[in-house]
Design a binder for this molecule. Structure first.
Ligand code: F6R
Length: 604
């Protein structure tokens, strides 16, 4: 989704902005732009390009210029098509004020009509441009004052960075509902919508809160409220490809480590307990909850569907998983004994954030399972657990998903032991969780086999994914992955439902991927596979090592090691991630940047 980078300091080379912007490419975008104040000419130079940052870079190097401050942007179209004119930065009538914006101005039509009547001339179809004209309206020599006045009239969400040639020694940044962080370095300051953009410059950051305005000058910065300086705990290397051809592959392969980190220090094996520091403040209240409503989107929601099986089986708490985008639009039957849990990799997903706000308004306790430390959801919730999976750059979520499953297993242990789960069962789960990273290493050894299978299945345009119980959500996640990066139509089904409809689609051109480990529903999975075979459907199965009989039933098998039924999904999803990755690559797609999608979906 849209990305912002801004710089003010002694270095006057806009290349800094270009390389910072490239670190945001993973978020998905369709155009890019930059505005640079040149002190010699007392002018702001602006360039924009449709498509990739490399196109902007090409334009810049054909006639380079220098200066500071500068602001950069990647746009993901919401209002107005992806075009050069709609790309940011936008400017006012006098070409004095240049601005980049993430978020949506909901009352832009009404503001635009008013400003047009007052004589302002608009160029683009964007909601953003009204901000430039509003600031122009209030500008009397002091940029932050004009920004402050203008924002009073705005409804919606924003993260903005603004520069002006008539008040040139500053960047003014403001935030409401769209993340912005301020990077602090010797003699230079940066602003960005995502720490990944600036972590190679500085790890000293301040996260802006809603309604705050920051003013950055070459040797100082000022925020309307005193804020502590934090430290980013990961380094720039972790956000690089490190020799892998794509971030997605790198992130799939580093899953043994990214599921080990959330477990570190959180298990007391002999007592069969999970120690979750983030839940300490609400530990006693959690003993009294009688219902759990979970909200999440996309892949994170699939993790929650697995969590629903885990939590209900081992804690006895009724659980409902709701798509965040639906949560506040239906009647919620919530009471003080209900807790709401939000699960989000980015911690910025607008739908999930809005669901949390809705629950908080009703006085309900809100918990979070979030990967990005300090993100909005992590700060909006009453308590929570961080995934600690490290930065996830690939748009298709992989390592965040398995770390979400791991954290949900920890939560199950935590809540289960507060209730009916026995010591022995607690110890079994805790011990097995510690083994999972090693078992994951085993699964990853199937990479070459999965690549060959991807070659065999890559030309099918339809795929059916089936599973039951714990692996039903994995069928959905497998289908989700191949849709988003390989653009293959896929259905993720409960195997038992097939015979009620989708079996009608099955023939030799519509293969099935069956997730069928040797668990409590294996025999039922076999029935579904027999029904598919009887209709000449091809089957690729993910099964448990040692299951030799399955070879007589299906066309191809990928084996995963045996583990506790509730933890099987953490392993069974991995071949499906690799399969989607290789089908996407073999079909010639840029799997790290799927078309029309963005990493952090900060619009509703
Ligand atoms: C799929 C994917 C999306 C996200 C969804 C939620 O691979 O990446 O479906 O899972 O947009 O994002 P977060 O977890 O950041 O709330």
């Amino acid at each position: 989704m849209c990305g912002i980078v801004g710089y003010i300091g002694k270095k006057d080379n806009p290349q800094i902005g270009l390389s910072a912007l490239k670190r945001l490419e993973y978020r998905g975008y369709d155009s890019a732009g930059m505005a640079v104040f040149n002190p010699e000419k007392q002018e702001i130079f602006c360039l924009k390009a449709k498509g990739k940052i490399s196109e902007l870079e090409r334009k810049f190097y054909s006639a380079p210029f220098s200066g500071s401050p500068f602001i950069f942007h990647t746009r993901w179209a919401t209002h107005g098509e992806a075009s050069e004119i709609n790309a940011h930065p936008h400017w006012d009538c006098q070409k004095n004020i240049f601005l980049v914006h993430n978020g949506i101005i909901e009352n832009y039509q009404e503001l635009k009509e008013k400003l047009e009547k007052e004589g302002h001339k608009f160029q683009s179809e964007t909601d953003t441009e009204v901000l430039c004209h509003l600031i122009e309206k209030y500008f009397q020599g002091n940029l932050e004052e004009a920004v402050r006045q203008a924002l009073k009239e705005v409804r919606g969400t924003y993260g903005i960075a603004v520069i002006s040639k008539k008040d040139p020694q500053k960047i003014v940044a403001a935030k409401l509902g769209s993340p912005l962080i301020l990077g602090i370095n010797q003699d230079e300051f940066l602003i960005a919508s995502d720490p990944a953009a600036i972590v190679s410059h500085t790890r000293q950051v301040i996260t802006l809160d809603d309604n705050e305005i920051a003013v950055l000058s070459p040797n100082n910065f000022f925020i309307l409220k005193e804020k502590p300086i934090e430290k980013i705990e990961w380094d720039a290397g972790e956000a690089q490809k490190q020799g892998f051809s794509h971030f997605m592959l790198k992130e799939i392969m580093e899953q043994p480590e990214s599921i080990e980190t959330p477990l570190r220090g959180r298990l007391i094996i002999d007592q069969g307990l999970a120690k979750l520091g983030g839940l300490e403040p609400v530990k006693e209240r959690l003993k009294g909850i009688e219902r759990l409503n979970i909200v999440a989107c996309g892949t994170a929601r699939h993790a929650c569907l697995v969590g629903e099986y885990m939590l209900e089986e081992y804690t006895g708490i009724p659980v409902e998983v709701e798509a965040s985008s639906e949560f506040r639009y239906r009647k919620q039957i919530l009471d003080k004994k209900t807790a709401v849990l939000a699960v989000s990799q980015s911690g910025e997903t607008a739908d999930t954030l809005e669901a949390i706000k809705e629950a908080k308004e009703k006085g309900i306790m809100c918990l979070g399972v979030v990967n990005v430390v300090g993100s909005t959801i992590s700060r909006e919730t009453d308590a929570g657990i961080y995934n600690h999976a490290g930065p996830e750059i690939g748009v298709a979520s992989t390592k965040a998903f398995t770390s979400q499953l791991t954290v949900l297993a920890l939560l199950t242990l935590f809540l289960g032991r507060q209730r009916e789960m026995s010591l022995v069962m607690g110890q079994r789960i805790a011990k097995e969780l510690l083994r999972i990273p090693e078992l994951m290493r085993e699964v990853l050894k199937s990479e070459a086999q999965v690549k060959e299978l991807a070659q065999k299945y890559k030309d099918f345009n339809n795929l059916m994914y089936i599973g039951r119980k714990y692996n039903y959500p994995i069928a959905r996640e497998g289908a989700h992955k191949i849709k988003e990066i390989a653009y293959v139509h896929a259905e993720g089904m409960r195997a038992g439902e097939l015979k009620h409809c989708e079996l009608a689609l099955i023939d030799e051109n519509f293969p099935t991927i069956a997730i069928c480990p040797s668990d409590s529903v294996y025999d039922k999975m076999k029935n579904a596979m027999e029904e598919i075979k009887a209709r000449q459907g091809k089957i690729l199965a993910v099964a448990t090592e040692g299951n030799n009989e399955i070879k007589n039933l299906v066309d191809d098998v990928i084996y995963i090691p045996k583990t506790l039924e509730m933890l099987t999904p953490i392993l069974s999803v991995v071949p499906l991630q690799l399969f989607a990755y290789y089908v996407g690559v073999l079909r010639g797609y840029d799997v790290d940047h799927p078309k029309n999608l963005a990493k952090a979906v900060t619009v509703e």
